[in-house]
Ligand binder design. Structure first.
Ligand code: COA
Length: 371
């Protein structure tokens, strides 16, 4: 009997993260996500996932300096980006740009763990620049060069909007990056580990991970959640909208989870951020509509919101365009993906599951003229 979706299969040992789906808890390298979110910067989480411990101030400064120095993209990508901005969706751009970034990585084909660590950090540093550059170009605005004095999340908002963000907005985005940074063996991480297990390179593994995240059942849900909030339009309309969706056997995006059978612990943080950020920006209807949807989905199906549902209204309040929400998930998850690739290389065996054959057997071959 096959376990469709491999829910019960343990595909790897990991020291990076753990989930208790019944209790709704998530830990990064032993730290509860509720202790990290809002108190630990994304840069610290990058260090934690790659070194398996929190950094000292000096170690954090060293990592931050490396990330800042690596923010610029190659001339090759700068030349490529206008075409990508004109012709592709943001996730396709990111997939193609990450693949293209391998061409000018200074570590080339060096396969040592130290080189892979640097490649990982370069991807973390450069992908926000790629996304901001893409958005500026497609909207006919001047490209904004990275700001060497701003932290990772603040710099992204700066490159995207062309103005320095408020401290509060920068911290909100940083917290969402922390929440999205890692999540055990989800589809994109598993994809990255499969590619790494063949001893293919870091860029190939991450390109494949982005491809897996692109699908609406995995990463696309924050964008779909935002579209739903806009379609619903008011808290009063939420109950009818949800009932109609469920009556048509359609999924409510941003709800349910393959592992959590209760509230996703990341969603509780994002729900509070959605209220606070919405109020601060006078962008409140989305939180209220979200709450009304949450109530009806629970009454009707007993399902809880996942990380993507309240992320949508948080990003909206930060004036992030809806179609950049999934790519932003990818920028944040870069920390977890790249750490998983290094973990896979460190104790590798090619991942090659079996399949159960259910087709016909012992058929008699006939020449083409007689078929
Ligand atoms: C995340 C997801 C793919 C998990 O799928 P899964 O592991 O197959 O989900 P479950 O097995 O727990 O589903 C249990 C039941 O709830 C239903 N269900 C799950 N999520 C649902 C949703 N968002 N809306 C409506 N019904 C849903 C399933 O159809 C299933 O119903 P059934 O027993 O009548 O067939 C699924 O919940 C989903 O598609 N959610 C919407 C997309 C989304 O938000 N993705 C982001 C994930 S972080």
């Amino acid at each position: 009997m096959t376990d469709k979706g491999l829910r019960e299969i343990v595909a790897a040992e990991t020291k990076l993260a753990d989930i208790d789906g019944q209790a709704g808890r998530l830990w990064y390298v032993g730290y509860d996500i509720h202790d990290l979110a809002g108190r630990t910067s994304y840069e610290e989480v990058v260090y934690l996932l790659h070194e398996l411990r929190l950094p000292t101030q000096a170690e954090l400064d060293g990592l931050t300096e490396f990330l800042v120095e690596e923010r610029k993209v190659s001339h090759f990508l700068e030349d490529l980006m206008p075409t990508l901005a004109q012709q592709t969706s943001p996730m396709s751009m990111l997939r193609t740009s990450v693949s293209a970034a391998s061409a000018y990585d200074p570590d080339g084909w060096d396969r040592s763990d130290e080189a892979d660590r640097r490649k990982a950090l370069r991807l973390i540093a450069k992908t926000p620049t790629m996304l901001a550059m893409y958005h500026r170009l497609r909207t006919g605005q001047e490209i904004v060069q990275p700001h060497p004095k701003l932290p990772h999340a603040a710099n992204f908002l700066y490159m995207l909007h062309g103005v320095e963000p408020s401290q509060e907005d920068a911290e909100v985005l940083d917290t969402t990056f922390v929440l999205y940074a890692e999540h055990t063996m989800n589809a994109s991480t598993f994809t990255a580990r499969i590619v790494a297990s063949t001893l293919s390179d870091m860029f190939s593994a991450i390109t494949a991970a982005i491809s897996a995240l692109k699908g609406p059942l995995h990463g696309g849900a924050n964008e779909e959640s935002m579209k739903m909030l806009e379609e619903v339009g008011s808290p009063e309309a939420a109950a009818g909208y949800v009932r109609e969706l469920l009556a048509g056997h359609e999924k409510v995006m941003g709800f349910g989870h393959a592992v959590y059978k209760t509230m996703d612990p990341r969603a509780t943080v994002l729900k509070a951020l959605s209220k606070e950020t919405g109020e601060r920006h006078g962008d409140t209807p989305w939180y209220e509509i979200s709450e009304a949807i949450e109530r009806t989905v629970f009454e009707q199906k007993g399902l809880y919101p996942n990380v993507d549902f309240y992320a949508a209204s948080v990003y909206h309040a930060l004036q992030i365009p809806t179609d950049l929400m999934t790519p932003i998930f990818a920028l944040a998850r870069m920390a977890g993906w790249t750490a998983h690739v290094r973990e896979q290389y460190a104790d590798n065996r090619v991942i090659r599951p079996s399949s159960e054959y259910v087709g016909p057997r012992d058929r008699t071959w006939v020449p083409i003229e007689e078929r």
